[in-house]
Design a protein around this ligand. Structure first.
Ligand SMILES: C[S@@+](CC[C@H](N)C(=O)[O-])C[C@H]1O[C@@H](n2cnc3c(N)ncnc32)[C@H](O)[C@@H]1O
Length: 220
């Protein structure tokens, strides 16, 4: 699943035709409980699920799967050059790091020539709106161009949650500067069947403004 709209890889085929996934080495970045890797393994691919959170990987272990789980920072991938055919990330790592180019350069390094990276992030336009599912989430409340990160702190003032905003142009430049060719930028439309509200995502907003941006990149 690429985002809250509900676009899944069966429908989107952004990693390529499903029959070509068989036997492919795939790195999932910011895997969380490794839902994507579980699906990839079921297609016959050979996924490796990577996340910086040990806790998330414990959830992945509990749910099960026969692929490796790796606890590491996406900005310092513990793999040799050219280890993977494909890399994917659904809202993993990239929105949460101050230096996304470091992550993209690392993914570029561990992909084989011709390899493909597909990643989804919150659509940058959402930054300008309150993160509310109702009508209040439809009026611009901040600057799209303000790159100050969103930070939540605990009582001791330690950052416990951070999101970094990049404009659409920033993201394109990050991809290109890291050595990738951008071959598609998918903005999934809100489908009629999806009636659920989740956080700031809702049919009301989804029908009017994009919520997810999916970047399809090739390592030439
Ligand atoms: C919003 S969750 C997405 C999880 C999963 N991809 C999914 O679709 O449910 C973001 C994940 O990125 C991980 N993450 C954040 N920063 C990271 C980093 N620097 N390196 C690796 N993983 C990171 C978090 O621990 C979290 O599991």
């Amino acid at each position: 699943m690429w985002g809250p709209e509900g676009l899944d890889e069966v429908e989107a085929e952004l990693l390529g035709p499903p029959e070509e996934l068989k036997g492919r080495d795939v790195l999932e970045i910011g895997a969380g409980a490794a839902q994507c890797s579980r699906w990839l393994a079921a297609q016959g691919a050979r996924p490796v699920a990577l996340d910086i959170s040990h806790r998330q990987l414990q959830h992945a272990l509990r749910i099960g799967g026969t692929f490796p789980l790796v606890c590491a920072d996406a900005g310092a991938l513990p793999f040799a050059d050219g280890s993977f055919d494909l890399a994917c990330s659904a809202y993993g790592a990239l929105p949460f790091v101050a230096d996304p180019r470091q992550v993209l350069r690392e993914v570029h390094r561990v992909l084989r020539p011709g390899g493909r990276l597909v990643f989804s992030v919150t659509h940058p336009i959402r930054w300008a709106f309150p993160d509310e599912p109702g009508p209040e989430g439809l009026s611009v409340s901040g600057s799209y161009f303000d790159r100050t990160p969103y930070v939540e702190q605990d009582e001791e003032g330690r950052a416990v949650y951070v999101e970094h905003h990049r404009t659409l142009g920033d993201r394109v430049r990050d991809v290109v500067a890291s050595g990738f060719r951008l071959v598609d930028l998918v903005e999934p439309e809100w489908p009629a069947w999806n009636t659920s509200e989740w956080g700031g995502w809702s049919p009301l907003r989804g029908n009017l403004i994009p919520g997810t941006a999916i970047f399809v990149c090739v390592r030439d």
